[in-house]
Every structure is written in structure tokens, then in C-alpha cells.
Design a protein around this ligand. Structure first.
Ligand code: SF4
Length: 382
């Protein structure tokens, strides 16, 4: 655990990273990393790749960003333009890795998030998150909170090999149930990603992860077939595989990927269909319900969600992605007025990627919202 890790305390100058567009899996608009490095040391972790520029020994060091809560507080307090939106603590670290028990950096950040009424989405492999059930429930009640446990196999031995220092899959499922019980306002589920070909993509494992998640109380399962294989991360992963009892999958993996970052489309499409069918069988949602702001962005976010979910569902069912729906959905998050006003002016066509198909899809919703508003004087949801 962390005992083998060198813990370095360090102050940083910035806390919050704003994404150009919210991501359509977690709906995060901002990310914040309480730590740099991660003592969970999953052998497939992408933080090892060069794109994250982690200037440290990932296998031996964790940097505690000691002033994150204070600079986050200052950043939100001093900014006139920073609108509340979903913050994702973690990303290139697990916010609940073992050192969190001692230093409570994530908890301190959650207190600032709660104070400023920002919504939050946390992905973790640790059952330590149960400690924060109360504050997460309060955030969920006040704005929105989603917790996803990253679970990719029900085989404890394989999990121990892939993710040597995190809670076991059984412990994560138990934590999921605990969050559901202690924090009923929180949307909770499983991030079934990455699903590693030849190790975790058997029908038996897909069924087990989804079935067990549902039994534990999952509201959603977000899945992603395949593992991205990138430079230093891929080298480390293959080195570990070759040294292990799982070395027989090295060759099939190389044959499947053929030097690419991801598995081929026909593999992914086939997996999507299986995963979707299982989620339907166990009646669990394949998307996280989005946080909707109460200000002028309300309809922009709602319509954006509809477009992005449509694109996603088309991709899952037919393997075809409609790029204009996807990009129209993303761009809409950056519109600086309500889409209702644009609609009333008859100018939908001026919005980025709003072609005739997109307009035909969104118009009935906008029409209803306008009628509803005129009839009731209230801005009702769809
Ligand atoms: S928990 Fe996440 S950030 Fe930490 S090592 Fe594993 S994959 Fe990387």
C-alpha cells in the first residue's frame, strides 16, 4: 500500500481544469486532482503514458497537493465568470487512494464544492469513499452527485494482478451498496472500463459484472470495451503481462490491435451489442442522468443531453455514430444564451452543427418547452 510509496507534500498554483466540452460519459466540466500519482498502481493505468507529463516516479511516489482546497475556494470566490458545473475529482489519480485516509485531501475539496454548490462526479476503486457518504448525500440533495465504482472483473485473482492495491471487486460492490443505502440521493453505479480483451471480455465476466452491479444497487453501468494502448503505458502493461501467468494473451492482443491504440471497430461494435443486451436484461441504465443547471443553460444542457444520448444509443445499437448530433450536442454546452431564445428567433440553423436532421430532432422538444412556458409561465422540463 502507501507504505512503499514516498509521500511528497507540495503546494500548487492552480486547482481547477476546465474542459473545452463536458465529457458525455461522466458529464464533468471541470477536473481537479487532489494527488499526483496513484498508489493503486493498476498495471494498465494510462497515467503512465507521456500525454499526462507526470514528472515523477509513478510506481513509487505520490504527491499530495496540499493547498487544493484553498486555491479552489479562492478560484471560485474570485471568479465572476466561473459557472457551477460538474467537477470530477481524480482523473489521473484515484481521489480515494490509501493516503486519503490520513490526509483527507479529497474530503477537504468536497467541503469547498459543497460550500459553493457545485455538482460532483467521482470514479473510484476504493471503498474508503463510504467515509464521505454524508457529505456526498448533501451535495446530491443540493445539486447533483454521482459515484461510479470502476469494476472490470469479478475474478478476484485477476483483479489482484491488474489492480494490486485497490479494494477488491467484492469490496467495491459492497461499497456501492453502502453508498446507495447511506446516500440515497447519490446516483451510483459501475464504470465497467477498461474491458481488457482476452482477459475480461468473456460472456461469463460481462454477465457477472453487470448482474452483480445491479444486485448491489447500481443505477447505471457505463461500459467501454477495449483498453487504450499508448507508449509507456502499453510497454508497462505488456511487460507485466509477459511476467505473469496471463502471458498467453500477449500475442492475441498484439494481433487484435495491430499497432493501433484501440481494438478494431468490429470488435468494439460486437461488444457494445452484448453489453447493451445485458444491461437491458438486468434493467440497468447505460447512461448517467445529467445535472441540469437552473440558469440560462438549462435547456441547452437538456437538449445537449438528448443529442448526445441519441448519438450514443445509435452507436450501441447500429455501430453508426452520427457526428453532427454528437458535435451539435457538445457545442450547445458553450452557447452563451438559452437555445429557447435562438429557437424563438428562428435561428437554430446558425448554431454549430445544427443541420436539418439535428433541427428536426430537437424542434419538437423546443416547441413543447415554449408552449409549456406560455401556458403555465413555468419553465418545465421535458
Ligand atoms: S485507480 Fe485509476 S488512476 Fe489509480 S492507478 Fe488505477 S487506473 Fe490509474
Amino acid at each position: 500500500m502507501t507504505s512503499n510509496f514516498k509521500i511528497i507534500n507540495k503546494e500548487f498554483k492552480t486547482a481547477l481544469n476546465k474542459l473545452k466540452y463536458p465529457d458525455s460519459w461522466f458529464w464533468c466540466r471541470y477536473t481537479i486532482n487532489p494527488y499526483s500519482g496513484c498508489a493503486h498502481t493498476c498495471i494498465y493505468c494510462d497515467a503512465r503514458s507521456q500525454r499526462y507529463y507526470l514528472n515523477q516516479d509513478f510506481e513509487r511516489e505520490v504527491i499530495v497537493k496540499t493547498n487544493m482546497d484553498k486555491i479552489l475556494d479562492k478560484r471560485i470566490k474570485n471568479s465572476r465568470t466561473l459557472l457551477p458545473d460538474v467537477i470530477g475529482p481524480g482523473g489521473v489519480c484515484d481521489a480515494y487512494q490509501p493516503i486519503e485516509l490520513e490526509v483527507e485531501n479529497t474530503l477537504k475539496i468536497l467541503k469547498v464544492i459543497e460550500k459553493h454548490r457545485f455538482p460532483v462526479n467521482i470514479a473510484t476503486k476504493s471503498d474508503l469513499i463510504i467515509r464521505d457518504a454524508e457529505i456526498l448525500n448533501r451535495i446530491a440533495k443540493d445539486t447533483w452527485c454521482t459515484v461510479g465504482f470502476s469494476i472490470t472483473t469479478m475474478n478476484e485473482e485477476l483483479a489482484q494482478f491488474l489492480e494490486p492495491h485497490s479494494s477488491s471487486p467484492k469490496e467495491r460492490l459492497a461499497a456501492l451498496s453502502q453508498i446507495k443505502k447511506k446516500a440515497p440521493n447519490v446516483q451510483v453505479g459501475t464504470y465497467f472500463m477498461p474491458i481488457i480483451p482476452f482477459l475480461e471480455d468473456t460472456d461469463e465476466n460481462l454477465d457477472a459484472v453487470i448482474k452483480k452491479s445491479k444486485e448491489a444497487g447500481a443505477d447505471f453501468i457505463i461500459f467501454s470495451p477495449g483498453l487504450t494502448l499508448r507508449d509507456a503505458q502499453a510497454d508497462f502493461f505488456f511487460k507485466k503481462l509477459k511476467e505473469s501467468k496471463y502471458n498467453h494473451v500477449v500475442k492475441p492482443l498484439l494481433n487484435l490491435y495491430k499497432g493501433q491504440l484501440s481494438p478494431p471497430k468490429d470488435y468494439v461494435d460486437n461488444m457494445y451489442q452484448k453489453l447493451l443486451a445485458l444491461c437491458q436484461k438486468y434493467e440497468v441504465a447505460v447512461k448517467v442522468k445529467r445535472w441540469i443547471p437552473k440558469d440560462y443553460r438549462k435547456w441547452n444542457y437538456k437538449i445537449s443531453e438528448l443529442l448526445l444520448v441519441k448519438d450514443y444509443m445509435d452507436k450501441l445499437t447500429s455501430g453508426k455514430s452520427n457526428k453532427s448530433f454528437y458535435w451539435a450536442g457538445l457545442h450547445l454546452n458553450n452557447l452563451e444564451e438559452s437555445i429557447i431564445n435562438v429557437y424563438k428567433r428562428g435561428e437554430l440553423v446558425t448554431l454549430k452543427n445544427f443541420n436539418s436532421k439535428v433541427i428536426k430532432f430537437v424542434e419538437p422538444y423546443l416547441k413543447r418547452s415554449k408552449e409549456m412556458n406560455e401556458k403555465t409561465g413555468m419553465d418545465k422540463f421535458i
